[in-house]
Design a protein around this ligand. Structure first.
Ligand SMILES: Cc1cc2nc3c(=O)[nH]c(=O)nc-3n(C[C@H](O)[C@H](O)[C@H](O)COP(=O)(O)OP(=O)(O)OC[C@H]3O[C@@H](n4cnc5c(N)ncnc54)[C@H](O)[C@@H]3O)c2cc1C
Ligand code: FES
Length: 328
């Protein structure tokens, strides 16, 4: 393994053994958008200008982008010197105005944006929100498609988190943000198979699942819909009464809030949401399973759902990877 030369425009820099192109660019203070550093948000897209990039750096990209030698800088560990361009002609953003800010609990903000054009998204997908200085992060759309120009998001404050703390404390009604094209594989298609749905989310992972539930109920989804929302403690849960209200109105919608620490009051299950769900629903043959939130929960639930009979193709997941802080 040796240091590889990366040329970006007029600049040349070294990418050290075991270092990703993204980390090398950030170390050298080259401007590049990024979010998760895990290949999930596609913010760090770049293009190899002198031949194919490593195949592993193209994981999850659309065929057309792969063909054009685009790659994700956070997944790229160069095997040769590379000349690259940053960004993608496909990454389009529209403008949006902040029209609502409301706390759902002490740490979760309900943010409403009005976009200047209608977004074509499926319930459950996420977008990248970009502020004026270019900092962008991924957030899941929390509403169904009926309100396509009024998007809602659940933004959990991370202590020291640049975007989330800024959104909680400084972003004001009337401010402008940019919103990327929708992305992500955790979505509900109204025209899809009827069948039963299992949705498991932790923390702000409720956001995309609430959008999916709302979309499915709006389209009179024929199967059963089971939602499990988990948090460590009671004060980490939110929308409990709203979800109970929906369950009271729709006989096929079942909602189970879960807490994994301390005593669970009546109507709340004790244990981690995925464990509670898998115990209550031991046979998931033919079910579609949606998993959103903490990456460890998503990973573990995929295995559990598969062992309970769900097909891998029927498991839709978006792990909320948070960028590691090593270079910040
Ligand atoms: C597909 C996807 C969907 C997502 N959907 C949602 C959603 O719906 N809702 C939601 O709330 N989140 C969601 N996320 C997570 C979101 O994108 C952000 O990663 C999250 O909000 C944190 O961003 P931030 O800028 O606030 O934190 P960052 O600034 O990126 O910091 C991340 C962490 O590192 C720590 N840190 C930063 N700098 C330092 C330092 N110098 N020293 C020590 N520690 C440091 C911070 O305290 C924080 O804990 C999603 C992520 C993905 C990939
Ligand atoms: S895909 Fe590279 S930072 Fe998210």
């Amino acid at each position: 393994m040796q240091t590889r030369k990366i040329s970006v425009g007029q600049r040349e820099l070294g990418c050290r053994p075991g270092e990703s192109v993204l980390d090398a660019l950030l170390r050298e203070q080259v401007e590049i958008a990024y979010g998760c550093r895990q290949g999930a948000c596609q913010s760090c897209i770049a293009r190899s200008l002198d031949g194919a990039p490593p195949a592993a750096a193209q994981a999850g990209l659309k065929d057309v982008l792969r063909h054009q030698n685009h790659f994700l800088a956070c997944l790229c560990y160069p095997e040769r010197d590379m000349a690259i361009g940053i960004g993608s002609p496909e990454q389009r953003f529209c403008q949006a105005t902040v029209t609502g800010k409301q706390l759902l609990n002490a740490e979760t903000l309900l943010l409403t944006l009005h976009t200047d054009q209608s977004l074509d998204y499926c319930a459950g997908q996420f977008v990248n929100l970009k502020r004026g200085d270019g900092l962008q992060r991924s957030y899941s759309i929390a509403n169904n498609r009926v309100h396509a120009r009024n998007l809602t998001f659940h933004i959990r404050r991370l202590a020291g988190g640049r975007f989330s703390a800024w959104a909680h404390d400084e972003l004001k009604l009337g401010d402008l943000l940019e919103v990327s094209d929708p992305q992500g594989l955790c979505y509900y298609l109204p025209s899809g198979q009827p069948g039963n749905l299992l949705l498991i989310g932790t923390g702000s992972g409720l956001a995309p699942l609430a959008g999916i539930v709302s979309e499915a109920l709006h389209h009179d989804h024929a199967g059963q819909i089971h939602l499990y929302h988990g948090s460590r403690e009671m004060d980490g849960l939110y929308w409990v009464e709203e979800m109970r209200g929906l369950a009271a109105q729709h006989a096929n919608f079942h909602y189970t809030p879960c807490v994994s620490r301390g005593d669970a009051p009546d109507g709340v299950a004790s244990g981690r949401a995925n464990d509670v769900a898998m115990k209550q629903l031991p046979d998931l043959k033919g079910w579609r399973v949606y998993l959103c939130g903490h990456p460890d929960m998503v990973q573990q639930s995929k295995r559990q759902a598969f062992l309970n009979g769900a097909k891998f193709d029927d498991i839709y997941a978006d792990a909320f990877h948070v960028a590691s802080a090593t270079l910040d």
